[in-house]
Design a protein. Sequence first.
Length: 690
Amino acid sequence: MADLFTFTYEEKKKMAAQTAEILEEEIGLKGDAIQAVHLIPEIEEGHLTMEEVERQYGGQVVRILHGLNRIQQLYQKNPVIESENFRNLLLSFAEDMRVILIMIANRVNLMRQIRDTENIDAKMEVSQEAAYLYAPLAHKLGLYKLKSELEDLSLKYMEHDAYYMIREKLNETKASRDAYIEAFIKPVEEKIKTAGIKCHIKGRTKSIHSIWQKMKKQKCGFEGIYDLFAIRIIIDCEEAKEKMQCWQAYSIITDMYQPNPKRLRDWLSVPKSNGYESLHITVLGPEKKWVEVQIRTERMDDIAERGVAAHWRYKGVKGETGLDEWLTNIRSMLEHADGLDAMDQFKMELYEDEVFVFTPKGDLYKFPVGATVLDFAYHIHSKIGNQCTGGRINGKVVSFRQQLKSGDQVEILTSSTQKPRQEWLSVVKTSRAKSKIRLALKETQVKEGLFAKEMLERKFKNRKIEQDESTMMHTIKKMGFKEVSDFYKQIADGILDVNAVIEKYIEVRDGEKTITGDNQARSASEFELDDSKIAGLNTNLSDDTLVIDRNLKGLDYQLARCCAPIYGDPIFGFVTINGGIKIHRMDCPNAPELRRRYGYRIVKAKWSGKGSSQYSITLRVIGSDDIGIVNNLTSIISKDERLVLRSINIDSHDGLFSGNLVVMLEDTSRLESLLKKLRTVKGVKQVERI
């Protein structure tokens, strides 16, 4: 309803009367809708206010005028009219279905009146809107005749040569076409009436627009289009006999002419979801020409021609879920004499779960109810979503948490310093936005984690401290982190001090006791045995007495976590800075570095006595991913009463499995025996202690 043409008050009144006539004659609307159309010029010229209209004509007329005004406001947002979303927005925005019907009738009338206008640009714009917006709306609502007229007139104005070429060809072939239709109809009509069926038969030439579409689709000339017309058999009978008589007529026609079984369309047994009922068959008529025959009753034909719901989604016009029930209700209204009067109380409740919003350029997007500005930003582009700081809705600055409403025009505000945050997931409604936020958070976490890790490594190098991965993992756990990513995130965010991490690392590496005294490292030769402490120290020791250097017994010691020595392993002692001694295996990965840098802290050590304590060791197992192999491994351990399986962690990939078994055992001889047994299991390729 764009104001592309200028009309005088008298011209407006005349056009309103013409629109009202279309509404009454072609659609069947009466009452308030007709009154509202006549009042449009009075409102536009300022002769009446809405308050005066309500006092004089009632709330329903005001309701219709208000709906027309809302749609006028939508046009001011420069919408892209070719989109299905804009058609749906119009339907939801109108509030009252009569508003849509008035718009269609008004556009049909306008298309009739602009034939001779010299404003070519305006004529083209109005024609494009008719083709892309109003014709599909008319089709959706079953107004087939008005839909065809809108399409033909828009083709006439937009593709003048094609329109007149087809019209001339139709005129040239009219005589022969009429003769063929008459030759086909006459014997069919006689036989049907002889069978006692009251009917009339008419031939319907396809619209110029539909012929042109077929020529383009089939890439052929006018002569290549054979099905230029259809024959319609309309039976006059009571509703109880409709199906029987339609099938009877079908039987008569297919006895006379050879049918094409692939072209049978039975919408009698099961009507279309939009209420359309008819029986279609294509037969090979005289002169070996294919003819489409439609069989229906007067009631069915009336609904198909004028019923609001008849042609919705017919011939490829797609609709939205939720319109089915609405249009079925309208259809039932139209089938009763007072149906159109009942529409006064009818209120559209479409798209209650959807909102439609504009971009500044007029593009239209659909969102679920509750969607926010942030949803809109992520719908446009991931980068815009990630940098979104807020938006402008209808020119007013709002938070990105602001919920969208149908008809809003939304502009996104961004900042290069903005970054997605975890709480954004509770702001957005759409799964698309949620997945993009999660992806952005993950990428940010990875980048920040790498940055934090590099920063930590630099600090370690600056302080000339070698970083051991297993010790670092133990440090992270000691600091209360279950996930490594959380640890590095806190470093990146500045929550965790790097120097505090390094101090904790040293503490974990060199012993878990609090550092006391002057914290100076001392040689083992400086240690003297305090007899008063031996009894206390030995009360907690097992039979695995540790002998350090010259058979000294009872010194406090701990087993190093990096190599987890057990009774029977060749070992050595390492004096930590807090005076305690860590026991390492001779083949510990850290042994060469300890000997090179801290040789003065190394002391000899050996196991003494008989092993009776149990030690925790980790075994790395690799093998074929065969059924039962894991069960075979665990059963070997469970059969030995002196072995305890603490944990098992297995991963499978590409036909292989690999994993770690943590086992409690007494000494190296027990370990060798276990390794030997596990290696004999079928499918096991490698078992190593780590």
